[in-house]
Write a protein that binds this ligand. Structure first.
Ligand code: PNS
Length: 160
């Protein structure tokens, strides 16, 4: 049984994340989506909300499950008996930071990181951009699952 972790903040999950997670599911026997729940960062959605949305988003993929983590990713990988970390790469601009994290994680635990190129239709997609565009009334409904769009617009409509 080869198990991979797909880590991220997923605030909120986008179609680009689902693309990488589903493709990781074809490369490994099992995938655990590792939702970083670090409370110190300010997020639009709480850890519970992000985990819940991911859970719904991965329902079509029987070998994918979701778990939160608060600490080192390498500790999560050891606890969940994960053999590799899968990360999506959108562009060269992602590479420097992702390489640094991959090498740090390898030096901490020996775990390998596998980079999967993002599908071209999602190469510009990031949760932060989705939130920014939605905040100013732009329509990014085609870039996130429908239920995420509904929750995003509802959250942004709440009084500050
Ligand atoms: O979606 P993001 O914000 O790019 O996800 C980043 C995340 C959560 C994958 C990364 O920050 C992480 O792995 N955090 C856990 C803490 C940790 O292990 N830090 C050392 C990384 S080398």
């Amino acid at each position: 049984m080869r198990r991979a972790a797909c880590p991220g903040s997923f605030d909120p999950v986008t179609n680009g994340h689902i693309d990488i997670i589903s493709r990781a599911g074809t490369l490994f026997d099992e995938v655990v989506v590792a939702v970083g729940v670090n409370q110190s960062k300010s997020r639009l959605f709480s850890p519970q909300e992000r985990i819940e949305m991911l859970g719904t988003a991965v329902e079509p993929y029987p070998n994918v499950r979701v778990a939160g983590f608060d600490g080192l990713l390498t500790d999560f990988c050891r606890e969940h008996e994960v053999h590799a970390i899968v990360k999506g790469l959108r562009a060269v601009s992602d590479f420097d930071y992702e390489l640094q994290m991959a090498q740090m994680n390898a030096s901490l635990s020996g775990i390998e990181t596998v980079f999967v190129p993002t599908s071209p239709e999602y190469s510009f997609l990031a949760s932060s951009l989705v939130k920014e565009v939605a905040r100013f009334g732009g329509d990014v409904s085609g870039l996130v699952p429908g239920f995420v769009w509904d929750r995003l617009t509802a959250r942004l409509a709440e009084p500050a």
